[in-house]
Design a protein around this ligand. Structure first.
Ligand code: ADP
Ligand code: LRH
Length: 475
C-alpha cells in the first residue's frame, strides 16, 4: 500500500512543500509549492521574512492536502541556528538572519566565560560566529533575553504555529552549541556557566516522534479533514539531506551542496580531539544518533551573491548559460580561500574575491566566466581539503563522494570535485533534504517495508534516484 506524507523544506535560498508517496517498492516526490526566501534588512539588522515563509508553508500545505487528502503526517526542516524568542505565545521580535553581524560581541562575551577548548569539549561544534549560543549572548548584552519564556529554532517555531506544541528537535538543537555532544541533551552545566535562562530551552524530541496535531484553526485553514500530526524529522536540513545520501556502502563522504556546502562523513561517535578543534570540524547530531562530522564550506552562496551583484543593474542572468561559459574558460584562474570570513556577509562578492586575490599576489579574475570558474575551482579545492582532513581525523575510509542538493546539478563543480579529490563523485538527488524528511516520516508511519535502518532508507534512495557519476581526470 502506498501512502503520502508532506515535507516542508525551507532553505536559505528557497522553500518548498512536497508530497512524498511511499509504499512497498515506491518512493515518489511531487513538488507542490516553491517560493523564494528573501531576507529583509531594516535599521537594526538583517532578518528572515518569517511570516511570509509561514504564509507560504500554509498555502503550500493547503495545496498538498487538496491534491492528496489522505496525507498521514507533516514534517518540517530548515536551515540551522536561527530562532525566535517567545513569551505568552507571542514572538518577541522578528528572527535575525545568521548573516547579520550583531553576533561579534556575543562571541567575545561567551569566550570570556568559557574558552573555545572547553566549549568544543562540551558541544563538539566548529566555531561559526552565528552559532545560536553566540546569538543568545548578543541578545543578553542587548537586554532582549530577559522577557523570553522560550526559544524556538525555525522548524520548531513553524511546528509550534501549526500545533501549539513547543519542542526542540534534536538534530537542529545540536547546532545551537548548547547540547552536550556526548549525551545529546541540553548541557546543563554549560547553560548555567553562560548564565542563560534554562527555562527557555524546550523538551528535546528525536526525529520520528510526534510533535503534536494541528490546532483546529490551522486544520480549518489548511482544509485538513482531521487532526493531522506534525512529525519531528531531521529538522536541520543538512541532517535530512544526509539521510537521503544514496550510499550503497560505508566508505562515503558527502557534500550537501546548496547555499552552503556541508562537507564531511557520518560517524557513530564524535571526534573532539584538539586536532579536530584546530581543523574546525563539527560534530552535529544526525538522525538515529549518528554524528555528522563535517565542515561548513562557503557554498554556492559565493556564486549566487556574485550573480546578485551583476544583476543589480537590472540585467537577468541565466545560470546554465553562465556555467557553460565558465566550463569553457581555458586560462588559469586564481584559487582563493572560500572559507575566508569576509565572504559571509551579503554584498559585492566579485569585489571581495578580487580584493582577496590582489592581497595574495594573484591576478584577479576579469570576466564573469572567469569569476565563476574561480569560485568553482576554489570550492572544489576546499572540498578536497575538507574530505582529506575528515578522513584523517576520524579514521573513516572514503572511496566515493556523494553530492546532494541543488548544487548537484552543477556538472562543472561535480567534475572539478572529482578531479581535485581524485575520487568518483555521485551527484543527486537534487531534493535530498525533502527526500530525507519524507523517509523519516514514512518510517514513523510504518510505511517502510524491510530494513528501516538508515542504510535501508539509503538503499531505497539509491534504487529510486540514479545518481550521475563523474570520474576523476587521469593525472
Ligand atoms: P538551499 O536549500 O540552501 O536553499 P538548494 O539546495 O536549493 O539550496 O540549492 C540552491 C543552489 O543550487 C543554487 O544556489 C544554485 O547554485 C544551484 N542550482 C540550482 N539550479 C541549478 C541548475 N539548473 N544548474 C546548476 N546549479 C543549480
Ligand atoms: C544549510 C545550513 C547549514 C548551517 C547553515 C546555517 O542550510 O543548515 O547546515 O550551518 O545552514
Amino acid at each position: 500500500m502506498t501512502a503520502a506524507v508532506a515535507a516542508v523544506d525551507l532553505g536559505a535560498t528557497s522553500g518548498r512543500v512536497m508530497l512524498g508517496y511511499v509504499g512497498h517498492d515506491e518512493l515518489r516526490l511531487v513538488p507542490v509549492a516553491r517560493f523564494p526566501n528573501n531576507p529583509v534588512r531594516v535599521l537594526d539588522g538583517l532578518h528572515w521574512n518569517i511570516l511570509e515563509l509561514y504564509r507560504n508553508v500554509v498555502v503550500g500545505l493547503g495545496s498538498a492536502l487538496r491534491e492528496e487528502p489522505d496525507v498521514r503526517s507533516i514534517g518540517i526542516d530548515s536551515w540551522a541556528v536561527d530562532y525566535a524568542l517567545i513569551r505568552d505565545g507571542r514572538m518577541l521580535g522578528n528572527p535575525y538572519h545568521y548573516r547579520d553581524d550583531r553576533t561579534a560581541a556575543g562571541v567575545d562575551a561567551t569566550h570570556t566565560i568559557v574558552g573555545p577548548a572547553d566549549l568544543y569539549a562540551a558541544n563538539g561544534l566548529q566555531f561559526l560566529p552565528f552559532n545560536t549560543l553566540y546569538q543568545l549572548a548578543a541578545e543578553q548584552l542587548a537586554g532582549s533575553l530577559g522577557a523570553a519564556q522560550s526559544m524556538l529554532l525555525i522548524p520548531d517555531l513553524i511546528g509550534y504555529w501549526l500545533t501549539g506544541a513547543q519542542r526542540a528537535e534534536q538534530t537542529n538543537a545540536s547546532t545551537t552549541g548548547l547540547l552536550n555532544v556526548h549525551t545529546g541533551g541540553w548541557d546543563e552545566e554549560l547553560i548555567r556557566r553562560l548564565g542563560l535562562p534554562r527555562g527557555i530551552f524546550p523538551e528535546i524530541v528525536a526525529p520520528g516522534s510526534t510533535v503534536g496535531t494541528l490546532v483546529p484553526a490551522v486544520a480549518a485553514e489548511l482544509g485538513a479533514s482531521r487532526a493531522l500530526p506534525v512529525s519531528a524529522v531531521g529538522s536541520h536540513d543538512t541532517a535530512s539531506a544526509v539521510v537521503a545520501v544514496p550510499a550503497t556502502g560505508p566508505d562515503f563522504a558527502y557534500i550537501s551542496s546548496g547555499t552552503w556546502s556541508l562537507v564531511g562523513v557520518e560517524l557513530e561517535h564524535p571526534v573532539v580531539s584538539e586536532d579536530s578543534r584546530a581543523a574546525n570540524f563539527t560534530n552535529e547530531g544526525g538522525v538515529d544518533g549518528r554524528i555528522r562530522y563535517l565542515q561548513n564550506v562557503s557554498g554556492l552562496w559565493l556564486l549566487s551573491e556574485s550573480v546578485r551583484s551583476w544583476e543589480r543593474g537590472g540585467e537577468q542572468i541565466d545560470l546554465p548559460t553562465l556555467l557553460h561559459a565558465a566550463a569553457t574558460v581555458d586560462a588559469p584562474v586564481p584559487v582563493f580561500d572560500a572559507a575566508d570570513a569576509r565572504f559571509v556577509a551579503p554584498g559585492d562578492m566579485p569585489a571581495r574575491i578580487a580584493a582577496w586575490c590582489t592581497e595574495h599576489g594573484l591576478v584577479a579574475p576579469q570576466s564573469r566566466a572567469e569569476f565563476v570558474r574561480s569560485i568553482l575551482e576554489s570550492l572544489a579545492d576546499a572540498y578536497a581539503r575538507s574530505i582529506e582532513t575528515a578522513a584523517a581525523l576520524s579514521g573513516k575510509q572514503v572511496s566515493v563522494i556523494h553530492v546532494v542538493g541543488g548544487g548537484s546539478q552543477n556538472a562543472l563543480l561535480c567534475q572539478l570535485t572529482a578531479d581535485r579529490t581524485g575520487l568518483p563523485v555521485l551527484a543527486g538527488p537534487v531534493e535530498a533534504t525533502a527526500v530525507g524528511n519524507v523517509l523519516v516520516q514514512a518510517r514513523a508511519q510504518g510505511l517502510i517495508a524491510g530494513d528501516t535502518s538508515l542504510e535501508g532508507l539509503r538503499a531505497i534512495v539509491a534504487k529510486t534516484f540514479s545518481p550521475v557519476r563523474y570520474e576523476p581526470a587521469v593525472r
